[in-house]
Ligand binder design. Structure first.
Ligand SMILES: [Cu+2]
Length: 284
């Protein structure tokens, strides 16, 4: 059974708490901050503010911090941006700036998959991240973006509240696996897509205490189903590793309507996922 698809039910929350209390008892993050590995020059293009959604705004130590994202934050994969300016509106480019997402659920805290931010220039920083659950009202602060600045060898952390609501269509699923225990598979497909063939991308991470290392050594097999009509489609191509935890394949929605994308995680020629993994897609 899939714990993370059942958040919202009391049973699901209790199971989640049990799972997290085991998983998050280890020490804090000491990850390597190698920020530019595997990046292309085109990765540094500045975002257009008008294309982004403003998520949060705060002032700290006479500096303005504004969080933006590709969309209103849901419990799924997002691209998150931070724009840092001084009081006069001048951009602040700080090579030491770092940030990471963390969810506080009362007595318990956990993170999610993310990459250390890439400094784009002009005060902009960008990181992909996966919110593995939505905020739960009445249970702790919820998700925050912890932003770290270093001055003269001293580190300061600013926690910026970033609301994360439940996705209309689940895009981040979890499953037990044979070799990597619990993994998270985020499908990057939007809720609605046009009829026809599409590239389909996934990000795959395992959960290792507070860390969510990427997994590159799987093949993600893809099948489709149209529940109302009892058929699938041909022309689906398994998603192969592209590095940094990303996979890319092809999915074919041969007509309009409600579809399911069913995936299997294969490793060393064997099916490795222990839970069913299914994404719902509305084809228009
Ligand atoms: Cu949580």
């Amino acid at each position: 059974m899939n714990l993370y698809s059942r958040v919202g039910t009391v049973g699901g929350i209790i199971l989640l708490l049990l799972a997290f209390s085991v998983a998050f008892s280890t020490s804090s993050c000491t990850a390597d901050h190698s920020k530019k590995n595997g990046k292309n020059a085109t990765d540094f293009i500045l975002p257009k503010e008008s294309d982004l959604v403003r998520i949060a705004d705060t002032v700290w130590d006479v500096t303005n911090y504004t969080v933006y994202a590709d969309a209103i934050l849901n419990n799924k994969y997002h691209t998150v941006y931070l724009h840092v300016k001084d009081k006069s509106g001048n951009p602040i480019n700080d090579k030491t700036l770092d940030f990471y997402p963390e969810m506080s659920m009362g007595r318990m805290k956990h993170g999610g998959p993310y990459e250390h931010p890439l400094a784009l220039g002009n005060g902009w920083y960008r990181s992909p991240m996966v919110f593995i659950m939505a905020d739960i009202p009445q249970m702790g602060i919820g998700w925050q973006l912890h932003t770290i600045r270093s001055h003269k060898g001293k580190k300061d952390t600013l926690a910026i509240k970033i609301p994360v609501t439940a996705a209309a269509s689940m895009r981040t699923m979890s499953s037990g696996t044979r070799d990597d225990s619990r993994v998270f598979i985020s499908c990057l497909l939007p809720d609605n897509v046009k009829q026809g063939k599409h590239q389909i991308q996934f990000l795959m991470n395992k959960m290792d205490g507070h860390h969510f290392p990427v997994l590159d050594n799987y093949v993600i097999k893809i099948r489709t189903n149209m529940p109302s009509m009892g058929h699938g489609s041909s022309g689906n191509i398994a998603a192969e590793s592209k590095g940094r935890g990303y996979y890319e394949g092809t999915v074919n929605f041969s007509m309009a309507g409600s579809w399911e994308v069913l995936i299997e995680l294969w490793k060393d020629g064997k099916k490795a996922n222990q839970d069913d993994i299914k994404y719902r897609v509305q084809v228009i």
